[in-house]
Design a protein around this ligand. Structure first.
Ligand SMILES: O=P(O)(O)O[C@H]1O[C@H](CO)[C@@H](O)[C@H]1O
Ligand SMILES: Nc1nc2[nH]cnc2c(=O)[nH]1
Length: 275
C-alpha cells in the first residue's frame, strides 16, 4: 500500500538483479526509486554489489519494478524475508517475474561470460527442509502443495533464445539447470563434482527460493544466470600457475641474456633458459 501510494507506476513485470547486474535498473525511464531503508517493513541489503533500491519505471514500453539488490539466506535473513519482495510484487499487480543471478559453471560447455537460460532448478536448502513456504499456508497467495514441475515458462525461454539469435549472441547462450546452495562459501571440488553428476549446470546462492514463492502465487517466471566463474580441480589451477610462471622466468632470463650480450660481457645465462 505504501509503494502504491508513492508511485504512479503499476508494474506488470518485476526484475530481480543478481550480483553485479544492478545496472539494468539504470535503463528504466521515468524512474521512481526507493531505498530499501525507506520502505516500511522491507528487509535490508548487506551484500557488496547490491545497491538496496527498488526502482519503478518503463523498459521498452513495459512498466517494470526492479530490485537493485536481493536478499540471501547467508546474510542471516530467514527464507521468508529473502522472498518477501516476491509477494510484494504480486500485491503490486505484477504478472511476470524475471530473476537474474551470478553463478558458477559446472558444465563443460558453459564458460565465464556465457548466459544460461534457467530451464529448471535444484533447491538444495528446500530439499533439506529450508523452504520459504514453511509454516501455515497463506491461501490468498497459493495452495499448500504447489507443483514445481514447470517453474520456468517455456514460452519465455523460447523467446529469449530467438532474441539471442536475432542479436547475434546465440553462441553465448544456452539452457541449463541451476542449483541453489546456502553459501556463503563456494563449493569444494567434491561438492562441485557431486552436483555436476546430479545434472546441475550452474550453481549459486539465491533464486530458487524466490522462484518457489513466485510459482506458489501464480507468477510467470523467466530466469537467467550470468556465468562468472568455473570451479576447477586444484591440480589444473596449479598447472596453469606453473606454466605462467615458467613463461615469466624464460622471458626474464632471455632479457637478462640480451642485455648481458649488449653490454659486451663474455658470460651468458642462456644455459639457464634451456634448463
Ligand atoms: O545470486 P546472486 O545474488 O547473483 O549472487 C551470487 O554471487 C554471490 C557470490 O559471488 C552469491 O550471493 C551468489 O548467490
Ligand atoms: N555457490 C556458488 N555461488 C556462486 N555465485 C557465483 N559463482 C558462484 C559459485 O561458483 N558457487
Amino acid at each position: 500500500d505504501w509503494l502504491l501510494s508513492q508511485t504512479k507506476h503499476r508494474p506488470q513485470v518485476a526484475i530481480i538483479c543478481g550480483s553485479g547486474l544492478g545496472m539494468l535498473a539504470d535503463a528504466l525511464k521515468c524512474q521512481d526509486a526507493f531505498h530499501y531503508t525507506d520502505i516500511p517493513g522491507f528487509p535490508q541489503s548487506t551484500v557488496q554489489g547490491h545497491a538496496g533500491r527498488l526502482v519503478f519505471g518503463e523498459l521498452k514500453g513495459k512498466t517494470c519494478v526492479c530490485m537493485q539488490g536481493r536478499f540471501h539466506m547467508y546474510e542471516g535473513h530467514s527464507l521468508c524475508k529473502t522472498t518477501f519482495p516476491v509477494r510484494v510484487f504480486k500485491l503490486l499487480g505484477v504478472e511476470t517475474l524475471i530473476v537474474t543471478n551470478a553463478a558458477g559453471s559446472l558444465a563443460d560447455g558453459l564458460k565465464p561470460g556465457d548466459i544460461m537460460i534457467i530451464k529448471d532448478h535444484v533447491n538444495f536448502p528446500g530439499l533439506g527442509g529450508f523452504n520459504p513456504l514453511n509454516g501455515p499456508n497463506d491461501d490468498k497467495f497459493g495452495p499448500r502443495f504447489p507443483a514445481m514441475s514447470a517453474c520456468y515458462n517455456p514460452g519465455l525461454r523460447c523467446l529469449a533464445m530467438d532474441i539471442a539469435k536475432q542479436q547475434g549472441v546465440a553462441e553465448l547462450v544456452q539452457e541449463g539447470v541451476y542449483a541453489a546452495v546456502g553459501g556463503p562459501n563456494f563449493e569444494t571440488i567434491a561438492e562441485a563434482k557431486l552436483m555436476h553428476r546430479l545434472g546441475v549446470d550452474a550453481v549459486g546462492m539465491s533464486t530458487a527460493p524466490e522462484v518457489v514463492v513466485a510459482v506458489h502465487c501464480g507468477l510467470r517466471v523467466f530466469g537467467i544466470s550470468l556465468i562468472t566463474n568455473k570451479p576447477r580441480p586444484f591440480l589444473s589451477v596449479f598447472l596453469d600457475f606453473y606454466r605462467a610462471l615458467s613463461r615469466e622466468v624464460v622471458t626474464m632470463v632471455t632479457d637478462i641474456n640480451a642485455s648481458i650480450q649488449g653490454s659486451g660481457c663474455s658470460c651468458s645465462v642462456s644455459s639457464l633458459t634451456s634448463s
